[in-house]
Design a protein around this ligand. Structure first.
Ligand SMILES: [Zn+2]
Length: 249
């Protein structure tokens, strides 16, 4: 989880995704891990998921109810009603259920789309599973490739903020809520609060220097906007969020 820290120790974590209700449409942020991939990694997509099947498939606990599309349905939304799906990045623990949202518009950084198809770094190659995002090539899926900050509804309530480093087109998402105020979903900007505060990155960060710059950018925003930052894989951050169907408002 952090370079040269606690070798041999494991850190059980989660792969969350988020639903944001907006008067003009419902937004999903990330799509979790693919249940189908875990059932049959070798057959999943043109390049399969050999790495996962070899090293991690047995470590990942997931049942079918935990698929993003099923959880969205359980919350009372029809997956076809999700207006936008914002992808923080396309690693396999965030991009798993893309194919279940053919009626949504996907918002992804251009740099991430380009790199996902041809990751030069052999470690990163294992984290991009074409079975997840290969459907973006199909005309049935709508993808908006963005470069830089992007205001989803044009009203300042949901904004994509580029935070490259963990991956080339990684982005955080700033959400303005009426009572909770400014919330920043930091995704994999850092894996844990400790890593966020100490600027430690995992060994497989795409670009460590860029990751540290992105980390500082979000810490600065956190300070100036008095924001609450939630990292995807920090267990305590996950516990702090209300349990659905309860939510921050
Ligand atoms: Zn992740």
């Amino acid at each position: 989880m952090m370079r040269n820290q606690k070798p041999g120790e494991t850190y059980p974590s989660l792969t969350p995704f988020y639903v944001v209700d907006h008067p003009e449409g419902t937004v999903l942020i990330d799509t979790g891990t693919s249940y189908e991939m875990l059932q049959n990694p070798e057959e999943y997509g043109p390049y399969g998921a050999g790495y996962i099947s070899e090293f991690a498939a047995d470590e990942i606990e997931m049942n079918e109810d935990q698929k993003a599309a099923n959880q969205v349905t359980d919350l009372g939304y029809d997956p076809d009603e999700i207006e936008y799906v914002v992808m923080t990045h396309l690693h396999l623990d965030h991009a798993g259920d893309i194919r279940e949202f053919p009626d949504s518009e996907f918002i992804v950084q251009q740099d991430e789309l380009e790199y996902a198809w041809w990751p030069a770094d052999p470690i990163q190659q294992n984290l991009y599973v074409e079975g997840d995002f290969g459907v973006f090539h199909s005309s049935e899926y709508s993808v908006t490739a963005i470069s830089g900050n992007y205001d989803v509804f044009g009203d300042g309530t949901i904004e994509c903020i580029p935070t490259p480093g963990h991956s080339p087109g990684h982005q955080a998402v700033r959400v303005e809520l009426e009572d909770a105020g400014t919330v920043i979903l930091g995704a994999d900007l850092a894996f844990t609060q400790e890593a966020y505060e100490t600027e430690l990155q995992p060994a497989f960060a795409w670009d460590t220097e860029a990751a540290i710059r992105s980390n500082r950018k979000i810490r600065n925003l956190e300070r100036t906007e008095d924001a609450a930052v939630y990292l995807a894989h920090d267990r305590d951050h996950f516990e702090e969020l209300p349990e659905p169907p309860e939510s921050l408002v």
